[in-house]
Design a protein around this ligand. Structure first.
Ligand SMILES: *Cc1c(COP(=O)(O)O)cnc(C)c1O
Length: 392
């Protein structure tokens, strides 16, 4: 007989999912109702309003796609890229590479602008790409590259795209709720995010927003959108006009309760306060890690507070450290991806997981593990440095 599944208690300080607040888990356990029930439709309208506030946009076409962040990515590319169109794609980590895949699968021509992993997208290189390809219709880039812990200058990149008459597709999966993000003020045309990073919801939903120029482009398409499920024209009938809904697919009712609750919590805290909290605990973690003698991969000016990529000390078996943290402390941190596999750890401070208790636990657990392995770190310094930061 197979028994019920009871997951172990963990503290999630990796690249996502992040710790989910008990309030959000409780919301998810509320009774399932029909997805066209008037009470659910009203909740959806509130959810749209909360998402607009989180994205800082008035875009009518702002909605949660019923699938994870990767589907939000695909929703943007499948609707906005038409066969034969040139799209400038910035790649400075894993997720830019997926954008290129999306462009090519939907018949577009990807003009790749590559930067080293661990550095931000170069605005100058993007400008040169526009000069070489003035017919490029879209600029696509990742705001917060979770594979490296780098923040790129979304505002400058969007301004550049506007100068060259191109639309922008922005990946904000890791930035939403953790880093300054202004959809309308920066002129972002299409943006997608995820629930399981700084919004601290269970994974599986992707908030997406399309601005007026993006909507006009979808409406003027000559070819039909090559995905039925993600076709925004069809989804608009479901999530569009206030209070009225036509069946498109069965919404993930309970997951949307969770997202509603997480966004209510974000509203209570205040978006700016949430961003400051991420920065504050990042500073404490940094003070502790540096006192231990651990170095960051990314230059200070481009670091993401919610995703700290640090270099594994010489001679240390990085996977053994992660296993020890998980087995002895219930603490999950992330490994390096792609070019950085085996070389770095990715320590997340996302959403509900971004707090003083977790910073303290992570520093002491990491120090104790590294000291036991005989790694070259300064013992006894990390907590003192973090506490000194918190005392101000
Ligand atoms: C996590 C992530 C994604 C993918 O989201 P999923 O929910 O895993 O599909 C896309 N882009 C970035 C930057 C991410 O961090």
């Amino acid at each position: 007989m197979i028994k019920s599944f009871h997951p172990p208690q963990r503290i999630l300080m990796g690249p996502g999912p992040s710790d989910v607040s008990p309030r959000v888990l409780e919301a998810m356990a509320r009774p399932t109702i029909g997805h066209l029930d008037p009470a659910f439709v009203q909740m959806m309208d509130e959810l749209k309003g909360l998402l607009k506030a989180a994205f800082k946009t008035d875009n009518e076409l702002t909605m949660p796609v019923s699938a994870p962040g990767s589907a939000g990515m695909e929703a943007c590319f499948v609707n906005l890229v038409e066969p034969g169109e040139k799209v400038i794609v910035c790649q400075n980590g894993v997720f830019g590479g997926r954008m290129k895949e999306n462009v090519e699968r939907f018949g577009g021509e990807a003009i790749l602008v590559s930067d080293d992993w661990g550095t931000p997208v170069s605005v100058d290189k993007v400008k040169a790409a526009f000069e070489a390809h003035p017919d490029a219709k879209i600029l696509a880039f990742v705001h917060a590259e979770t594979s490296t812990g780098v923040r790129s200058d979304a505002q400058a990149l969007c301004k550049l795209a506007q100068e060259y008459g191109a639309l922008t597709i922005v990946d904000a999966v890791t930035s939403l709720g953790g880093t300054e993000l202004e959809v309308d003020a920066w002129g972002i045309d299409a943006i997608y995010s995820g629930t399981q990073k700084c919004l601290s919801c269970p994974p599986g939903i992707s908030p997406v927003s399309f601005g007026p120029k993006a909507v006009a482009k979808v409406q003027a398409r000559e070819s039909s959108v090559p995905s039925w499920f993600l076709d925004k024209k069809l989804v608009m009938g479901y999530w569009g006009g206030e209070g009225k809904r036509a069946y498109h697919h069965t919404a993930p009712v309970n997951s949307l309760y969770a997202l509603h609750e997480a966004l209510v919590m974000l509203q209570e805290e205040g978006l700016e306060n949430a961003q400051e909290r991420h920065d504050h605990h990042h500073q404490a973690l940094k003070a502790g890690l540096e006192a231990m003698g651990i170095q960051f991969l990314v230059e200070e000016a481009y670091r993401l507070p919610q995703l700290n990529t640090v270099i594994v000390p010489e001679g240390v078996d990085e996977a053994a450290v992660r296993s020890a943290l998980l087995n002895n402390y219930g603490l999950e941190i992330g490994a390096g991806l792609g070019a950085l596999a085996g070389k770095v750890w990715r320590i997340g401070l996302m959403g509900a997981a971004c707090n003083r208790r977790n910073v303290t636990l992570c520093l002491s657990a990491l120090e104790s593990t590294l000291v036991q392995m005989g790694a070259p770190v300064n013992a006894g310094k990390a907590l003192v440095a973090a506490e000194a930061f918190y005392k101000g």
